[in-house]
Design a protein around this ligand. Structure first.
Ligand SMILES: CC(C)(COP(=O)(O)OP(=O)(O)OC[C@H]1O[C@@H](n2cnc3c(N)ncnc32)[C@H](O)[C@@H]1OP(=O)(O)O)[C@@H](O)C(=O)NCCC(=O)NCCS
Length: 155
């Protein structure tokens, strides 16, 4: 695998982060949302993964007391299936654990098998569904959580 570096997202990363978001989601975030996450949102824990001189993956989490909500995560299409999404997510989860987090949760579209596989591989389990939550496709949101954070060491 190529060398990579995971570090906190900065304003200099925003152009590439927003490009990844826009190419990855049918309903991307408004561009200003990422700026808010890194400058103003105190609960935000935002990460990028650099590989081959580019931002290859990004992730935003929200730390709420002892829980981490995975708000968004994406790998640039040029870098998918190289283990980088898993790397940045595990990094974010372990960093959150160091801040006292004991549980992580997220929502994922019912047809998004790639993301569901990524989460299940790390130990996330399905907790429930929100019916027709995504209004563009009327897909259900699957609610998933990870309660065994200790098992992440060594992943
Ligand atoms: C989901 C996503 C972040 C995965 O990123 P990635 O860097 O390609 O993932 P990894 O290479 O780390 O894959 C880790 C595991 O996830 C699963 N996975 C990833 N992509 C997959 C695919 N296309 N099909 C099936 N399983 C997949 C596999 O279990 C994989 O492990 P394996 O390669 O050993 O089989 C990426 O596909 C993406 O950005 N998708 C668009 C945005 C998105 O849907 N984000 C999640 C919102 S909830």
């Amino acid at each position: 695998m190529s060398e990579f570096l995971i570090r906190k997202m900065t304003e200099d990363d925003l152009e590439q982060v927003i490009a990844i978001d826009q190419v990855s989601f049918s309903l991307p975030w408004p561009a200003r949302s990422f700026h808010y996450e890194i400058t103003s949102n105190e609960v935000s824990r935002s990460w990028v993964l650099e590989c081959e001189g580019r931002i290859a993956a990004m992730m935003v989490g929200w730390l709420m007391v002892d829980e981490l909500h995975v708000a968004t995560i994406a790998t640039h299409p040029d870098f998918r299936r190289r283990g980088l999404g898993k790397k940045i997510l595990v990094h974010a989860l372990l960093a959150a654990q160091e801040e006292g987090v004991i549980r992580a949760f997220l929502e994922v579209r019912e047809k998004n098998e790639a993301a569901q596989n990524l989460y299940r591989n790390l130990g996330f389990v399905e907790d429930g569904r929100r019916k027709e939550y995504y209004k563009d496709t009327m897909e259900d949101a699957i609610l998933m959580s990870l309660n065994e954070m200790n098992d992440l060491q060594g992943v």
